[in-house]
Design a binder for this molecule. Sequence first.
Ligand code: FAD
Length: 460
Amino acid sequence: MPSNALIKEFQAIVGKENVLESEADRHSYSYDSAVLDPVVPDLAVRPTTSEELGKVVRLCNENGLPVTPRGSGTNLSGGTIPSKGGIVLLTNALNKIVEINEEDLYAVVQPGVITAKFAAEVAKRGLFYPPDPGSQAVSTLGGNVAENAGGLRGLKYGVTKDYVMGVDFFDVNGELVKSGSRTVKCVTGLNLSALQVASEGTMGVFNEIILKLVPPPAANKAMMALFDNVDKASATVAAIIAAKIVPCTLELLDNVTINLVEDFTKAGLPRDAQAILLIEVDGHPGQVAEEAEKVVAICKKTGATEVKAAKDEAERNKLWEARRAALPALARAKPTTVLEDATVPRSKIPAMIKAINAIAKKYDLTIGTFGHAGDGNLHPTIMCDKRDKNEFHRVEQAVDEIFDVALSFKGTLSGEHGIGLAKAKWLEKETSAATIAYAKALKKAIDPKGILNPGKIIGG
Ligand SMILES: Cc1cc2nc3c(=O)[nH]c(=O)nc-3n(C[C@H](O)[C@H](O)[C@H](O)COP(=O)(O)OP(=O)(O)OC[C@H]3O[C@@H](n4cnc5c(N)ncnc54)[C@H](O)[C@@H]3O)c2cc1C
């Protein structure tokens, strides 16, 4: 616990009202969206200006106090659990959109800006910010950059890293480090922005982020293809990509997910379908018409029982709302939801789905699988009850096996949810001991006292 004198120093920087010491406040920041045990921080501190942010980081470093930056706490890998105690640094008051530049197609934001609010502001100016994590209504842009968040449009438009032009961040001494630029091209200095992306708060604390904007597509068409067999659906994903069509969205929902989403949303999803693909193509109207026609033909050839096209914007929105409801719907089924993020080269999707179903059977678990099938990024979701020790042991074994299979297919531990605390133990399996040693050496040089979100990604 920090001394009273130190608490007073935090209060002098951010004001008394922004140093949260009560039991209830501290418990509120002890957990995030991962299924991990909470750890209560000593304090939560909420800077309201850049200057305060830098001073808070410096004070933590001077006192060797761990600091865990926190946007909205929606991460699924334990990145905001203050596992070594210390302070949770809240970014929610740093929520200004500093600039939206329509001439040069970029924006400058503070880290606490909510993703969907930003996308809406950009859209009002006739521009487009594509990254759209399912959590966008609450997640922050700082959290998105720190996790390199993806979303439903990743297949065609890429993920957060593809939109980061620069990140200005505080080092542990509270000095402002500038990286990147407002220009399309910039090779000045080391690529420090890239180091910050996906660093999960372990390499610096973001102050301002420069994000690329693009013109929106002129037209789009959303479709739903129904399958009586999940293998046919996953084979269709591979066939669409092999036909050199890159939809902006290509999502898969299995039967377990379809039914839970339908219970929750009453969106009119076909309960008896074993799998559905939600597909959207976008671009120039001529290209959209041609690609939509080809997609329908491919789906029929690979065994879709029906392909329905959204007739208007309202039907299209209904489809995407249903998809966005997948995780909340699955989370309602049982007390504990273990959402995984195993990602494979997309040609391996059929084999991965087969493997997940076999693992569910082997460990007698209910696994609903949905996800960004077009990116090879699946979210096998295990519905269970953590209090049932026997069942949870089987869950842990199943998760180990899911990762083993994904890595055997040359896949990755995380497509978009990060490593955090949750997956640190598997990191060496995907990378190597030398990779971890290199990252640790880098971390030691940047953060000698190990105060920046310790224990995340590389453990320690
Ligand atoms: C229902 C649901 C759906 C989701 N869907 C998706 C999805 O489709 N795609 C996807 O990629 N993820 C998804 N996620 C995961 C999560 O929303 C993302 O990881 C998101 O980017 C986290 O944003 P946040 O503001 O909540 O960050 P937090 O969870 O608060 O923090 C995430 C990490 O960023 C660090 N951080 C935060 N701010 C800063 C800063 N200023 N400087 C340095 N580090 C910082 C934190 O220390 C932490 O390590 C989903 C989560 C939920 C609950």
